[in-house]
Ligand binder design. Sequence first.
Ligand code: AVJ
Ligand code: FE
Length: 436
Amino acid sequence: PEGADPEALRQRALAALLTARERTALLTDSVDDHELTAQHSPLMSPLVWDLAHIGNQEELWLLRAVAGREAMRPEIDGLYDAFEHPRATRPSLPLLAPAEARTYAAEVRGRALDVLDGAALDGGGPLVRSGFAFGMIAQHEQQHDETMLITHQLRSGTAVLSAPVPPAATDTAGLPAEVLVPGGPFTMGTSTEPWALDNERPAHVRDAPGFFIDTTPVTCGAYQAFIEDGGYTERRWWEPGGWEMVREHELTAPLFWHRDAGRWLRRRFGVTEEVPANEPVLHVSWYEADAYARWAGRRLPTEAEWEKAARHDPASGRSRRYPWGDEDPSPELANLGQRHLRPAPAGAYPQGQSPCGARQLMGDVWEWTSSDFLPHPGFSPFPYREYSEVFFGPDHKVLRGGSFAVDPVACRGTFRNWDLPVRRQIFSGFRTARDV
Ligand code: AVJ
Ligand code: FE
C-alpha cells in the first residue's frame, strides 16, 4: 500500500466505506425502532446514538475538515460528542429518531463520496494524502459496528443475528502448548502503513529478552480448571482492584456464563449453549486474565512481546504487517469481519500463524497484554488529541490482535486497542507467557 497509486487508494477507500455501511445497516436494520432507542446496558449507548455519531464523525472529518464545508446541522454536534455525554446518559438526550438518524448518515455519505471522487490522494495535507481521513472514517465506523455488536450481545430477547460456525484446524494434535521467541531487537509500530492511527506510530526499535508465549489463546476448558480450582475464591491470584471487583459483583465466571445442573452454559447473541471447551475464552476482564495467568504460574505478555511474537521475522530481521506476512487478511488467514459470531476453536487458521508458530494472533479474540496504554517514543497526536492521547496512562490496559468482530480495515500487526481493566463486555480473551 505504501506508494500505491491514487486510483487504487480511491478504490480501497470506497470499498472500505461501503463495507462499513453495509455492516452498520445489518446491525441497525435487524432490530425495531424501540430496540434502537432503548438502552440495553448502562455500559452502552442506544444503537441509534452510534448510528448518528458515525454520520456526525464522517461529517466532521470528510465534509468539514477535508472539504471545508459548512456544518449541516451544527445543533446536533454536542449530542454526538462522546466526551460531552457519558454512555449511561445518552438515552435521555434529545437524539435524532431512527428515521432521521438514517437519513442524516445517508446524506453525509452521499456528499463524502463526492469529496472522495475529487480528492487529490497523492498530494495535499496529511489528512488527504494516501486517503488517510477516508481510511480513518471507515475504521471509525467499523469500530462502532463492533461496539454495536457488543450491544447486540448484551440485549435480551430472541436472536436476530446468525452466522456460520468458523472452521477448526485438522493439525492441532501435535501443537506445542507454547512457542519460543528468542531475545533481541525488533521493530515495533509503523511509519509506513498509510492508514495506521496516531498511536501505532512511529516505527522504533525495542529490545526484548527471550520468552515463551502460548501457541493459542487460553481456552474455555483451561479457564474452567481455574474456576474449579477455586480461582475466584482465592485472593492470592488477584491484583487488589481485581479482588475488589470479584467481591463487589460476586463474580464466579466470565460474563454471560451460568451454571446449570453441573454444566457451564453461556448465552451468545440470544442463544444459550454449553460452553465449548476448545474455544478461546471470551468476555474476561484484564483482572481475570491476570489472575488466571498467575494461577497457571505464568504471566500476561507485555505489549512489545505480543507484537514481536506477531510480526518479527527472524529470517529477514524485519517486522511484517501481519503474522502471516505482508498480504491483507483473507478468510483462510484469520477470523475477522463478523463473518462468524464466535471465535474459532483453538489452533485454527494454521496458514495465519506467525514465524514463531503462534496461531490466531489476528482475529478471534482481543488479547489483553500486561501493558498500560502509553505513547510510542516519538508519538504525536493526529488528527485530534481525543483519539488516543487523552487515554494514555495507567488507567487503560492494551489489547492486541482483534476479535472476530473486527473488520480487516481496523486490523493490523501494529493496531492497538485499550480499555479499563474491569471491562468484560468487550470481545476479550488472552494468552499467557513466561520468561526463558
Ligand atoms: C479504540 C475501541 C477504544 O471505541 O472508544 C471510537 C475507538 N474512538 N470512536 C472506542 C473510537 C472514537 C475506541 N477504541
Ligand atoms: Fe466514535
